[in-house]
Ligand binder design. Sequence first.
Ligand code: CTP
Ligand code: CA
Length: 231
Amino acid sequence: VIAHFRPKSLAGCELLITAGPTFEPIDPVRGLTNRSSGKMGFALARAAAEAGARVTLVAGPVHLPTPAGVLRVDVQTADDMLQAVLPRAQALGPQGVFIATAAVADWRPATLAPHKLKKNGKKVPPQLELSENEDILARVAALPAPPFCVGFAAESEHLEAHAREKLVRKKLPLVVGNLGPATFGHDDNSLLLVDAQGAAPLPADGSRADKRVLACALVAEIARRRAAWLQ
Ligand code: CTP
Ligand code: CA
């Protein structure tokens, strides 16, 4: 009952979050995508709304219900996601928070075939030329007055080193690492919080926890670090 009257950790805060994969079409029926269920991002959006934030969730193609009280913007490609994110991130200012959980496709087919590519009579498979997608998180972090930016790093090895490289390269105050593919599509996860000072596991004992429980703990951690970053 007492907890009910405690001020919420993100009361009045505007929070923007990306989630899920992006889908980069090759032709009208095929495309390139990443493995991401969107579960962690959706759980974070929900936890942030419960912590009092006004949450906008920019979601790639996933089959998940929109958390209560969250404004959802559906996108398909990385470029769609960038166009949805940039003006909203700009409007946040330093009081806001941007969390990038999306598994953005790093490359897209350089050209979109107007019709379905056919196997008919061709001896050689089609050669796909790729173009690199823009880094949405790095663009937001490089804004003149960026929000508090949180990146994610899903790695298959050397988690802390890769997460730290992303922290430095994208100029972020916090990167949340997790080791895949053990986490992909699962309901539980184990995280590593990497900042300029060091690295700390979440849960603190290095165990695994349900993604919804982790989301609440991570939102509390982000609220605490944002308050310190704003000082
Ligand atoms: N990210 C993004 N836009 C991209 C690529 C990544 O916003 N075009 C964000 C992700 O949402 C994540 C963070 O950047 O929060 C790290 O993504 P990741 O794919 O791990 O890093 P990359 O910089 O793409 O490096 P690599 O895939 O080579 O490990
Ligand atoms: Ca990538």
